[in-house]
Design a protein around this ligand. Sequence first.
Ligand code: NAP
Length: 253
Amino acid sequence: MKIEGSVALVTGANRGLGRAFVDGLLARGAAMVYAGARIPSAMAGVPAVPVALDITQPSDVAKAAARCTDVTLLINNAGIMLRSPMLADGSAEAMRREMDVNVFGTLDMVRCFAPVLAANGGGAIVNVLSVLSWVTSPALATYSASKHAELAVTDAARIQLKAQGTQVLGVYAGFIDTDMVAGLDGAKTTPVEVVARTLEGVDAGLDHVLAGERAHHVWATRRENPAALEAGMQAAWDAAAAANWRDLHPETP
Ligand SMILES: NC(=O)c1ccc[n+]([C@@H]2O[C@H](COP(=O)([O-])OP(=O)(O)OC[C@H]3O[C@@H](n4cnc5c(N)ncnc54)[C@H](OP(=O)(O)O)[C@@H]3O)[C@@H](O)[C@H]2O)c1
């Protein structure tokens, strides 16, 4: 579908990648953008229509779908990352919270907006996934589990919504320079670049967008040398564990 003339709704639009989506959509000629935010007053001054939307609240999602009946492009961007290893204290609670937002919140948005998109000719859904939908970072393990599950939601929705003409596009990125990964080391793609690649993908009718160099690298390595990816994750974990051990035992030479 084409961005120009579209009516878009972006979740988590108040900051980070979501805010960049609002700007990118308007710059590319979207007719209107609904900006979903848990605190809509955070959208003051933004040239978009604020919508109170906590995607974990079914009543918010239902109200948004009942109000925004002209939406042709849904961007499921809202997400959380709690930086929990799988066997850390509190990991089950972290994973439940991440699943609640990243998986069940996204699923609820897809379910409630699918009839809206059908009524408007099919349209498109963008789900913001991650390279951690393909591989598991040991330090971000519960988040990785939620992004794996969100990929399954995305793939299943694409199959099920094909008959109504809805394009369902998954976006895969490595680190993006937002609050979510503040303080984490590593190369970061700009939100502007992720948005540009994504909106080009929507215009081109794609199902998958690799948004940035890191995503291309992980995708290629996963196909050509998956053992290297696993070894890299193990090495990263071992190095972090060793550093942590030295912090706890400063007397060690
Ligand atoms: N940053 C990265 O390295 C990276 C990499 C790959 C994929 N992603 C994905 O990109 C998306 C955007 O992340 P970001 O980097 O922009 O993160 P961010 O800067 O932390 O922003 C997250 C956004 O999601 C919103 N949000 C959180 N829980 C919500 C809920 N229950 N209902 C509605 N909105 C909610 C936040 O709203 P509040 O301001 O109210 O908290 C905020 O607007 C996420 O899906 C993330 O998983 C990020």
